[in-house]
Design a binder for this molecule. Structure first.
Ligand code: ZN
Length: 154
């Protein structure tokens, strides 16, 4: 049986996958990361521009794939834009816990990203949800230029 809460979550995910926010090229991006999830066929192309302190001044993405991967990217860009490096790393940890740890309570700081909590029951979907986050992690590590990440070991 699908609870009302699950239905609400579904709605948010469908809305973001159909009308992704911060979708498009970021011409002034300092770093571009191409993320690939071969297990599902998801692709995310992330562009990040940093501010003077190394925070995420702007972040945009393009891509295609399942609703989970695209909605996670859309929600992520909304959450991370304007955040400092430290805040981004904290959010990354919190989100990873949310989608992998059965015992994790969804922290309020994650806001709408909490709709992704349901994927923890489906290990294959965790890769979909994490794809954009792997890309942003790589963007922070790399700092400039182009990079690729994959959810599958090379
Ligand atoms: Zn997927």
């Amino acid at each position: 049986m699908i609870s009302e809460l699950d239905e609400l979550y579904q709605e948010v995910i469908l809305d973001h996958s159909r009308r992704p926010r911060n979708f498009g090229d970021l011409p002034e991006a300092a770093v571009r990361v191409h993320g690939d999830n071969p297990a599902c066929g998801d692709e995310i192309h992330l562009g990040v521009k940093f501010d003077a302190g190394g925070g995420l001044q702007d972040i945009k993405f393009t891509g295609h794939g399942c609703a989970i991967s695209q909605a996670s990217a859309s929600l992520m860009t909304m959450k991370l834009r304007g955040k400092s490096r430290v805040e981004v790393m904290e959010m990354l940890r919190a989100f990873h816990n949310l989608v992998t740890d059965e015992t994790s309570e969804a922290p309020k700081t994650l806001g709408d990203l909490r709709v992704m909590k349901g994927v923890r029951k489906f290990p294959q979907r965790v890769k979909c949800a994490m794809l954009a986050w792997r890309a942003v992690e790589q963007a922070l590590e790399q700092g400039a230029g182009e990079a690729t990440v994959s959810t599958e070991p090379a």
